[in-house]
Design a protein around this ligand. Structure first.
Ligand SMILES: [Zn+2]
Length: 507
């Protein structure tokens, strides 16, 4: 038995055998998983340059799933452009990605800069793997399942997708073996997850074919097995991929006897090189296929839209006592900020986020409940926030320069708050206390509410205790989550606590 590792082809030039193989695969696949890696940079006026494009191809004429790592740093982009562009819009090839739009923005910009205008503006049919996850896990509420790819992979395939290399330097050459395997896995697992959906459709049938649905008990061999033994999975791959096409064929030839269909798999011969998509795939495309489209606004880095702002000349005003503080602060108007630092507290210091909000400082938490490093960094970059973390891993890769990330040293929330205030030289005034929703970081609606107004506003959301009425209290409502706060005892205690913690001098 030969090496069981999945086929990973590094494509470094258009003249290579690997490129010929890639070109063949791009035009002879029904499902293609896409991912990209780039070295982050710190310019606000340009997108990062994509270093590597990973393409996992589910071939039509065999059960192979080769992965191509297209080295965009060495390949001639102008020569690779057309074949990629055609694949992106080929109607019979399902493209899979995980939050791929950003990858596409960067990819398009990279090709544009490499002389391939207008880059890429469309990928269709496209299916986001998060959407597939929602189809496969219908009991969950879609809105809540804002999960990372690793989590989806674990739940659907039962395999562990290591994410440690996500923030490694993708521009260094040669890539390490670990980087290659990591990069390939990220694209390949997309197709594997899709195959689970495909199996489900085959198993449950689509309305017009549902009478032939009980032939596929052997399909459940498990994708885990496939991934661990890519050469030992003929049953699964044949069942998931070739059988439906064969079934349709068989159904036409022998419409009255469904039980021979499974036997028919054995006689399944490789498809012609002409594109041939089985009816299950067509149905999936029709039902779940989507389209990624880049408009003009997507093609410009954010800062271009606000470059009219005049420079204030206060660059480099950032605190001096940070471990390795460099460059103008994110909140400086030079960088497009409004003069007030904003923070993004990672999951290890979420309590600190609430404390910061209580003293009026804009502090977000990760959008995703299980963010991976890239999500966190992209959120920080997009919202121009400084990441506060206790996670050494985030710092280790040098992904962000000093003034975009800060490692909290204190363990207790109060101490952490003081540490941040001292480090970033934040001046807190008393009227900033409790000026922000501690639940969601939102601002309060400008005008205070009376108890009657508060009860009305809280309807269906929150119960305002009756004991608060007739006490002439002021109520405040969060603009974003509509939570209502009032100046009760808890409020007074909290204010006093933060006055103490922040050592505010109150007259
Ligand atoms: Zn709120």
């Amino acid at each position: 038995m030969q090496n069981e590792a999945p086929a990973i082809h590094l494509v470094t030039s258009t003249g290579s055998a690997e490129f010929a193989h890639l070109t063949y695969a791009l035009t002879h696949s029904s499902v293609i998983g896409l991912d990209a890696e780039w070295k982050p940079h710190h310019s606000l006026s340009a997108f990062p340059t994509v270093s590597l494009l990973q393409v996992a191809c589910q071939l039509i004429d065999s059960r192979e799933l080769p992965v191509f790592l297209v080295d965009l740093q060495s390949i001639r982009l102008t020569e690779a452009y057309d074949v990629l562009r055609e694949m992106f819009v080929c109607p019979s090839v399902i493209k899979l990605g995980f939050r791929f739009k950003q990858d596409l923005v960067y990819l398009s910009s990279t090709f544009c800069e490499g002389g391939c205008g207008p880059g890429f503006d469309r990928v269709e049919p496209f299916i986001d793997i998060a959407a597939i996850y929602n189809i496969l896990q219908p009991r969950r509420i879609p809105k809540q399942s804002c999960k990372g790819l690793a989590t989806i992979c674990k739940e659907v395939l039962g395999i562990f997708l290591a994410k440690e290399l996500q923030c490694s330097d993708w521009s260094q050459r040669p890539l390490t073996e670990e980087q290659k395997i990591y990069a390939a896995e990220d694209a390949r697992c997309l197709v594997e997850i899709f195959n689970v959906l495909h199996q489900k459709v085959v198993r449950e049938g689509i309305p017009s074919l549902s009478q032939k649905k009980d032939q596929h008990s052997e399909v459940d061999t498990g994708l885990k097995h496939v991934l661990e033994h890519p050469n030992g999975c003929s049953t699964v791959m044949r069942a998931t991929f070739c059988e439906p096409a064969n079934m349709v064929h068989k159904a036409v030839v022998e419409p009255k006897n469904g039980s021979e269909i499974v036997d028919g798999v054995e006689s399944m011969k490789p498809c012609d090189t002409s594109m041939q998509v089985d009816s299950y795939l067509l149905w999936i495309i029709r039902k779940h296929g989507d389209k990624l489209f880049l408009g003009d606004a997507d093609r410009r880095p954010k800062s271009f839209k606000m470059k009219a702002k005049k420079p204030s000349g206060s660059a480099g005003k950032a605190p001096e006592n940070l471990d390795d503080w460099q460059g103008p602060a994110l909140w400086d108007s030079v960088s497009g900020g409004d003069g007030c630092p904003k923070f993004l507290c990672d999951v290890m210091v979420e309590g600190l986020a609430k404390h910061l909000r209580c003293v009026g400082i804009d502090s977000a938490i990760p959008v995703s409940t299980k963010p991976d490093a890239r999500d966190l960094i992209e959120q920080a970059r997009k919202e121009k926030r400084v990441i506060l973390t206790r996670d050494l891993k985030l710092l280790k890769y040098g992904y962000l320069i000093g003034n975009q990330i800060y490692r909290i040293k204190s363990l207790l929330k109060n101490d952490q708050l003081v540490e941040v205030m001292e480090t970033f030289k934040l001046k807190i005034s008393e009227d900033q206390l409790m000026s922000r929703c501690s639940k969601c970081n939102g601002r309060f609606i400008q005008k205070a509410l009376t108890s009657e107004e508060a009860v009305e506003a809280a309807k269906g959301l929150q119960v305002i205790p009756k004991c608060l009425f007739n006490r002439n209290l002021e109520f405040w409502q969060c603009e974003d989550c509509h939570q209502i706060y009032w100046e009760g005892t808890q409020y007074q205690n909290a204010v006093q606590k933060f006055i103490d913690v922040c050592k505010l001098n109150v007259m």
